[in-house]
Design a protein around this ligand. Structure first.
Ligand SMILES: [Zn+2]
Length: 256
């Protein structure tokens, strides 16, 4: 008996190993919790293509390409999302529900929002961990005052949003439409008519859903006098505040 299309996608995702999928095309070397290799999307001389199995995503820190295993297959084989799912369903011997065509657009939007959020989490984390952001030191100082060291930073994938207006947007616009990024709560319309990052000059605490997918962010001010002290992603297609249990983010959000 076939389940729903969402169940099929979940099932396929749980069977896909991002490292296996990437390894079909890229030689990967393990470094810490990640794997690195030469990017298949641009002429890469030093390995700048990073695969993070715990998050199920890849990201190139040179050309900005990023996504999950399904997106990699879509990009490299030039296939539509639905085609990839159908092909993988056949490979894994899973039944494809017949009713999947009606809600195709919202499902793809949801997938893209999840992808964008996971990559945003990776970018924010990298900016903090490798101290690439202008304010990484401020964030690390704040965390260390709260007794939070690199083990917790890595475990919760904490990150930092730099002071600039479009650090994240400049990265993500290469891969995602404004519509996806705005609906995922990552960017805002600026008064001048363009888009700017929603989170600026803030410590970033990614929020996961019950499947371990990154769906939202909590963001704490890093500058004195910056208001509000704590902001949180709004509810969206992928994030329902009332359904998510808070952990570290509430602790870091305290007003002192
Ligand atoms: Zn690249």
């Amino acid at each position: 008996m076939a389940g729903t299309w969402d169940e099929l996608i979940q099932d396929i995702k749980s069977r896909l190993d991002i490292v296996d999928v990437v390894s079909e095309q890229v030689v990967l070397k393990k470094r810490g919790n990640s794997y690195w290799g030469l990017c298949p999307f641009h002429k890469d001389k030093n390995p700048s293509f990073c695969v993070t199995p715990s998050m199920g995503i890849y990201k190139c820190f040179s050309c900005g390409e990023g996504g999950d295993a399904i997106k990699l297959i879509m990009k490299t084989k030039n296939m539509e999302f639905r085609e990839v799912i159908e092909e993988l369903a056949e490979k894994f011997g899973l039944e494809v529900p017949k009713t999947h065509k009606s809600d195709g657009s919202s499902r793809e939007l949801k997938e893209q929002m999840l992808n964008a959020t996971a990559i945003a989490a990776e970018i924010y984390h990298d900016l903090l961990l490798r101290e690439k952001a202008d304010n990484a030191q401020d964030a690390l100082k704040y965390l260390s005052k709260r007794g939070i060291g690199s083990d917790i930073i890595k475990k919760f994938h904490l990150g930092v949003a730099p002071k600039g207006f479009s650090t994240l947007y400049d990265e993500l616009r290469k891969d995602f439409s404004n519509d996806v990024l705005e609906k995922a709560g990552l960017i805002l319309k600026s008064e001048k008519g363009g888009y700017i990052d929603r989170f600026r000059s803030r410590l970033i605490i990614p929020i996961r859903n019950e499947n371990g997918q990154y769906v939202a962010f909590g963001a704490r001010a890093l500058e004195s006098g910056q208001t509000p002290k704590y902001i949180n992603s709004s509810d969206s297609l992928i994030y329902n505040k009332s359904k998510i249990l808070y952990g570290l983010d509430t602790d870091l959000a305290e007003q002192h």
